[in-house]
Design a protein. Structure first.
Length: 346
């Protein structure tokens, strides 16, 4: 086990914020964690699990010991009559894993192509795009308890998935709290790809692609290519412009609240949900408040999608948080809706 000191984290967060880890250990498997926990100095100090860094805002140097997850490997677990189960190490790049499944001839993850980050981070915020959420394809995961060193497996129910939410986003150890946040380090994730493969094409942007191209019966790879093109058209590539994807969750309101807002703002983009609530497009709300293209210091609102905050060069975590708060205030003052951030502020 090698403890690296004062490690620059700029290459390890998609916002490209300059910050350091006071101490960092690379985790390539469960044995590394067990060794760490047995260490008299490091065993009991606070720890911070870092995946691809695509959903965090660093507001300073990270004081807890950073565990950089580098558990690799991809494999076919089972090719049964009703589903194919595939597995990947938590440190694998998510998009490369999606492409690998398609190369093997297994469809099912194509709508989730080009989402930044690692496989291990995918269940934490239950990533989702173009009509598919991770939970729709989830089989199980293996994790290690950072307090006891015990390895355990969780199924879909135990992960308590919600919209951009899971058991891993809730703090551990507090009274009445069911969470595993800060306690579990995800090692491997298994996904179930149902057979026969069925395309998910209900999303407006994908319907448009079908109309534009005249392709009514797209393959999984075709959908993957469309999703990549749609994302590239409106979301900034973090390798070019630092960002953490959607900065806020799309809020839900009751149908009564929605009617009330529509009466004042007839153009509001909204979608009825299966449970009777109504989801509002946070990007539309922010856009309507005039934020698109605006900046606070070096933190900006992306020109093509107001839901994405970007690094205009040398941004600090403080500037991102200030901009996010200013946006929350104007959306609240105009619509009476509180926007909830998606990334974790560290
Ligand atoms: N809109 C505006 N102005 C904007 C942005 C959006 O009017 O500046 C409107 C759009 O015209 C559209 C609606 O808002 O009618 C929704 O926009 P879009 O289809 O781009 O999707 P989204 O709700 O903004 C969500 C996810 C994305 C995911 C896409 C596609 C959340 C918070 N975001 O975005 O996820 O890729 O749907 O499924 O749920 C992410 O989480 O990082 C992410 C990128």
């Amino acid at each position: 086990m090698i403890v690296e000191r004062n490690v620059p984290l700029q290459p390890h967060n998609s916002f490209g914020i300059v910050a350091k880890a006071r101490a960092l250990v690379r985790v390539r498997g469960a044995e590394d964690v067990k060794q760490l926990l047995a260490d008299p100095e490091l065993g009991s100090i606070p720890k911070f699990v870092l995946g691809g860094g695509s959903n965090i805002v660093l507001t300073g140097d990270v004081k807890p010991l950073v565990l950089k997850v580098e558990v690799m490997g991809r494999r076919l677990v089972e090719d049964g009559p009703r589903a194919t189960v595939v597995e990947a190490g938590a440190g694998e790049n998510w998009h490369d894993f999606v492409d690998w499944t398609l190369d093997q001839g297994f469809g099912g993850l194509e709508n989730l192509a080009l989402i930044p980050g690692t496989v291990g981070a995918s269940p934490v915020q239950n990533i989702g795009a173009y009509g598919v959420e991770l939970q729709d394809r989830f089989e199980s995961l293996d994790a290690i308890d950072l307090f006891t060193g015990k390895i355990f497996t969780l199924d879909e129910t135990q992960c308590a998935f919600g919209y951009r939410d899971s058991v891993f986003k809730h703090a551990a150890g507090q009274e009445g709290d069911f969470g595993l946040g800060g306690r579990a380090l995800i090692l491997r994730v298994r996904l179930r790809l149902p057979k026969p493969w069925k395309p998910v094409l209900g999303y407006l942007d994908l319907e448009r692609k079908m109309q534009e191209t005249g392709i009514r019966d797209p393959s999984a790879r075709q959908i993957r290519d469309w999703v990549c093109a749609i994302r590239a058209g409106k979301l900034p590539d973090p390798r070019v412009i630092g960002n953490a994807g959607s900065f806020f969750k799309n809020p839900t309101v009751t149908p009564e609240q929605c009617q009330d807002i529509i009466a004042r703002e007839p153009g509001i983009v909204h979608y009825p949900m299966p449970d009777g609530s109504v989801k509002l497009a946070a990007g539309w709300l922010i856009d309507a408040c005039g934020w698109k293209g605006k900046s606070v210091g070096n933190a900006g609102v992306y020109e093509k999608q107001a839901l994405v905050l970007v690094n205009r060069g040398g941004v600090t975590g403080g500037e991102v948080v200030t901009l996010a708060r200013a946006i929350q205030t104007s959306v609240y003052e105009r619509f009476g809706i509180r926007l909830e951030p998606e990334p974790v502020v560290v």
